[in-house]
Design a protein. Structure first.
Length: 256
């Protein structure tokens, strides 16, 4: 079973992430593990970090498109400038009969660096604000991702279309769980951008089912960004409401 607490990342792989055999490419999993493990290292160092070692990496089961993949992390060791992080990866699959399986485990080591890329000492354990850094949402955490430079628009902020696509995936997660089948997006009832998102932000998507019809499910999504590792803050960046319809294997509308 997954560890207690919230995952560092929670992602749903897409068809573009498949290898020629039809499973999710191992390199995709490795890159996500590297990102996931870097997050607690960044929080502990209160600075940028660089990956210096993959101490162990074990693939236990393949991952498929449609799996909700959660990356749980734990700081295993802190040295003068290095931070070792354990990562445990679980996949939730089969919406008609949901199961959670462990798919990967790894240990990664990072070194804290300053703004010029030079190695620096890791300071004392940071004191978190009251309530920690978890976003102030009563909804379920369904996705947590970190945008990359390829997701930027010409102005240097994360492209609004990237956020919209992630919101659509996030809203679909509880809709699929409730319908116990595939769903199709039929309406974006509202969508508000409150603040821009930047590369390096840890972006959390929280969702809640607010209405269930005969075939439709309406979901509200709130999006928060954790930023500024030296002095972390969490801000609300987006909120939306989307409607989905349950469909069968032939893409025909079905009763929930």
């Amino acid at each position: 079973m997954p560890p207690a607490g919230e995952p560092a990342l929670r992602i749903m792989p897409m068809p573009a992430d498949l290898n020629p055999s039809g499973d999710v490419f191992g390199g995709w999993v490795m890159s996500m593990v590297d990102i996931a493990a870097a997050l607690p290292a960044i929080r502990r160092a209160r600075s940028h970090v660089v990956t210096v070692a993959v101490n162990s990496f074990v693939f236990k089961q393949p991952i498929s498109v449609g799996d909700v993949v959660s990356f749980y992390t734990d700081v295993a060791h802190v040295g003068n400038s290095s931070i070792a992080v354990d990562v445990h990866v679980f996949a939730e699959r089969n919406p008609a009969d949901p199961v959670v399986v462990k798919v990967t485990e790894a240990r990664m080591t990072y070194v804290a660096v300053d703004r010029d890329g030079r190695k620096r000492a890791v300071g004392p354990e940071p004191v978190l604000p009251p309530g920690g850094l978890e976003p102030p949402s009563g909804k379920e955490l369904v996705l947590r991702v970190m945008p990359m430079p390829a997701d930027l628009n010409p102005s240097g902020d994360v492209f609004g279309g990237w956020i919209m696509s992630m919101v659509d995936i996030a809203g679909a997660v509880p809709a699929i769980a409730l319908a116990r089948s595939k769903v199709a997006t039929v309406a974006v009832d509202s969508f508000v951008f409150k603040q821009p998102v930047s590369v390096g932000d840890i972006v959390s998507f929280h969702a809640e089912v607010v209405r269930v019809g005969q075939t439709s499910i309406t979901v509200e999504v709130e999006v928060f960004a954790e930023r500024h590792p030296e002095n972390p803050v969490v801000v609300k960046v987006t909120e939306a409401r989307l409607t989905y319809v349950a469909v069968d294997e032939f893409r025909t509308k079905r009763t929930i």
